[in-house]
Design a protein around this ligand. Structure first.
Ligand SMILES: Nc1ncnc2c1ncn2[C@@H]1O[C@H](COP(=O)(O)OP(=O)(O)OP(=O)(O)OP(=O)(O)OC[C@H]2O[C@@H](n3cnc4c(N)ncnc43)[C@H](O)[C@@H]2O)[C@@H](O)[C@H]1O
Length: 279
C-alpha cells in the first residue's frame, strides 16, 4: 500500500485522472490524501467531485476555501463570484449527494498521533505556530461538527470575512468559527503577534512588511505538516523552520498537479494540459 498526498485539484479533472494513472493508483490497495480545493476556477469541477467521491474509503480529504465557498453558495445563500466555475455542480442531478458528502469532510486529517516521529497532519492552508497538534485538532472539530449539524446554514451565511484577523481563545460564535476557518483554509502570511494577512497571495518576494510565511515561525512540537492553497510557492517552502511540505503546484494556473509519496518523499508531477485559470 502507498499513500499519496495531492494538492489543489481546482477542477483539473484530466490532470487528476492522468496523475492517478501515472501512479498506478489502485483504490483497493493505495490511499490518497487530498489537500482541499477540489473544485472551482478549473474546467471540470463536477467531474473532480464525482471522481473523488467515487474513491470512497481510499481517499481522505480536507476542506479548502473554494470547497467552503461552494457550500456557502449552495447552502448559505451566498452569491457566485465572476471567476467561479461551479454552476455544473449546482445543476447536476447528484448535486445534493455530492454536497452532503463535501459538507461532511473535515478541516484536518492526521496519521501517527501516538508517535511524534511519524506524526503527519494535513490542512488546506497549514498549521499556525500557536496551536499544538491536539489543540488544532480540537478546534477543527468545532467547525466540522457545526458543518454537520443543524446550524450549518447559519454558519455558512456568516462564514465570510477577514475579521477577526488574530486568534483569541475567548472568541465566540460566528467570529470564533470564522477565525478557525480562515486559519485552516486561507492563511499564508502571519505577523509575530499572530495577525493574519489576507491580501498577499503571490510568492515570498511579495511578503508584506511585518509579516512572514506561517512556516517560518518555530513550534514547540515537530509534526510533518502537509498543505495546499498557496500556488505561488510552487511546492517549495523557502525559509521553513518546521517540517512543512507544500503540495499546491498551481495546476489550474498552468503549473502541474503534484503527488507526494508519503513514505519515500518522492514527488510525481502531472503537467497542466491546458491553462485554465483566469489571467
Ligand atoms: N471566511 C471566509 N472569508 C472570506 N472568503 C472565504 C472564507 N471562506 C472561504 N472563502 C473563499 O475563499 C476565497 C478567499 O480566499 P483567499 O485565500 O483569500 O484567496 P483566493 O484568491 O481565493 O486564493 P486561492 O485559494 O484561489 O489560492 P491560489 O494560491 O490558487 O491563488 C491565489 C493567487 O495566486 C496567484 N498565483 C498562482 N500561481 C502563481 C504563481 N506561480 N506566481 C505568482 N502568483 C501566482 C493567482 O494569480 C491568484 O491570484 C474567497 O473568494 C471565498 O471564495
Amino acid at each position: 500500500m502507498t499513500t499519496y498526498a495531492i494538492g489543489d485539484l481546482q477542477g483539473c479533472h484530466a490532470e487528476f485522472v492522468a496523475l492517478l494513472e501515472r501512479l498506478d493508483f489502485d483504490a483497493r490497495r493505495d490511499r490518497l490524501w487530498l489537500a482541499g480545493d477540489l473544485i472551482n476556477r478549473g474546467p471540470d469541477s463536477l467531474a473532480c467531485l464525482r471522481e473523488v467521491h467515487a474513491l470512497g474509503e481510499a481517499v481522505s480529504v480536507v476542506l479548502g476555501n473554494h470547497d467552503l465557498h461552494l457550500l456557502a453558495i449552495a447552502r448559505g445563500g451566498m452569491s457566485h463570484k465572476r471567476s467561479d466555475t461551479l454552476q455544473a455542480i449546482l445543476d447536476a442531478p447528484d448535486c445534493d449527494a455530492l454536497l452532503d458528502w463535501l459538507q461532511s469532510q473535515p478541516l484536518w486529517i492526521d496519521d501517527g498521533l501516538d508517535d511524534p516521529d511519524r506524526l503527519t497532519v494535513m490542512t488546506h492552508a497549514g498549521l499556525p505556530p500557536w496551536w499544538s497538534v491536539a489543540r488544532a485538532r480540537e478546534l477543527a472539530g468545532e467547525v466540522e461538527s457545526t458543518l454537520r449539524g443543524n446550524r450549518a446554514g447559519g454558519f455558512l451565511e456568516h462564514m465570510y470575512g477577514d475579521a477577526p484577523r488574530r486568534w483569541r481563545d475567548d472568541l465566540e460564535g460566528a467570529d470564533r468559527l470564522r477565525a478557525i476557518v480562515n486559519i485552516f483554509t486561507r492563511m499564508r502570511f502571519i505577523a509575530a503577534d499572530g495577525t493574519l494577512d489576507f491580501a498577499a497571495k503571490a510568492g515570498l518576494d511579495a511578503t508584506p512588511a511585518g509579516f512572514a510565511p506561517w512556516f517560518t515561525y518555530p513550534r514547540d512540537d515537530d509534526p510533518r505538516m502537509l498543505f495546499g492553497h498557496w500556488a505561488a510557492l510552487g511546492g517549495q517552502t523557502p525559509g521553513a523552520v518546521v517540517r512543512a511540505e507544500a503540495l499546491d503546484t498551481g495546476c489550474v494556473w498552468g503549473g502541474s498537479l503534484t503527488a507526494l509519496d508519503l513514505t519515500s518523499g518522492e514527488r510525481i508531477g502531472e503537467p497542466c494540459q491546458t491553462r485554465h485559470g483566469p489571467s
